[in-house]
Design a protein around this ligand. Structure first.
Ligand code: ADP
Length: 276
């Protein structure tokens, strides 16, 4: 199994979930099987108890888990039914670890964020891979890089990267490139800061997905490529679309699926050839 981790930078709500789901769609269209999961940094065990005014509606999986509404996007994009293993919250991770501690499973050890919490997070990723038997597991990390709450998740995915082959793990980072009203200039500084923040957590992104009101020109892509140490072809614009289901097409036009297949050393499944 290959692993893709999608993180978000600069601000929330820029389409990290849609980007993750779109990547899932593209890989499925290349004939690969895909499983998706979402990590949420909040302390609720699941969103079932959260006000819909705060968090939108709950999405219920076929095995009865009350999960984040992003899972609904995932299912609609990848056309696969997901299970409770697709939704992991900080609350869920902590309650599992504390239950184990009470049972004496840790055999007297001092229970700590690293390694006990991070191990539980890693288990959730590896378990999803084992149970789904998917070619690719795509994991979206909720929140924005730099949040205190998401640190254990970032540490866990860093460890997954270091304990697997380089060609088995891919990091995708979504950012906002704002434009200054009046001068209409697009600014890459927040992207540079976000890249650095991610680096300070030991994660070097392989792909940057840019949301912006303006057109990300070749010059701008080159600049982002230079500062964020990714090839120009790995700087992808998520153009504003009227219908979110167009996002996979937007990515495909920029050859994101080819790039991911190359980086993860994956082959298309022949049956899917010529689908586009
Ligand atoms: P995040 O996961 O970063 O919080 P989401 O993926 O949930 O963000 O997207 C936030 C909102 O932005 C959604 O309502 C989605 O429909 C919209 N959106 C995402 N990507 C695009 C895009 N390329 N064009 C237009 N709207 C988009």
């Amino acid at each position: 199994t290959k692993f893709i981790f999608v993180t978000g930078g600069v601000v929330s709500g820029i389409g990290k979930g849609i980007s993750a789901a779109s990547i899932g769609r593209l890989l499925k269209d290349r004939g690969l099987s895909v499983f998706m999961q979402k990590f949420d940094p909040y302390l609720n065990v699941d969103p079932g108890t959260m006000s819909p005014y705060q968090h939108g509606e709950v999405f219920v999986t076929k095995d009865g888990a009350e999960t984040d509404l992003d899972l609904g996007h995932y299912e609609r994009f990848i056309d696969e039914e997901l299970t409770k293993g697709a939704s992991i919250t900080t609350g869920k991770v902590y309650s599992t670890v504390i239950a184990k501690e009470r049972r004496g499973d840790y055999d007297g050890a001092t229970v700590q964020v690293i390694p006990h919490i991070t191990n539980e997070i890693k288990n959730a990723v590896y378990k999803a891979a084992k149970e789904s038997k998917a070619d690719v597991v795509i994991t979206e990390i909720g929140g924005t890089v730099g949040d205190i709450e998401s640190l254990p998740f970032l540490e866990a995915i860093r460890q997954i990267h270091s304990e697997n082959k380089k060609s088995d793990v891919l990091f995708v980072h979504t950012v906002l490139v704002p434009n200054i009203p009046g001068s209409d200039e697009l600014k890459t500084k927040p992207t540079q800061h976000s890249f650095k923040e991610l680096m300070s957590n030991g994660i070097k992104t392989d792909v940057i997905i840019v949301r912006s009101n303006g057109l990300v020109t070749e010059d701008l892509r080159e600049k982002i490529s230079l500062f964020c140490d990714v090839p120009v072809e790995a700087v992808i614009q998520s153009t504003n679309v009227d219908l979110i289901y167009e996002v996979p097409l937007v990515f495909h036009e920029q050859h994101l699926d080819d790039y991911i297949l190359k980086e993860l050393e994956l082959e298309d499944r022949p049956a899917s050839k010529g689908k586009w």
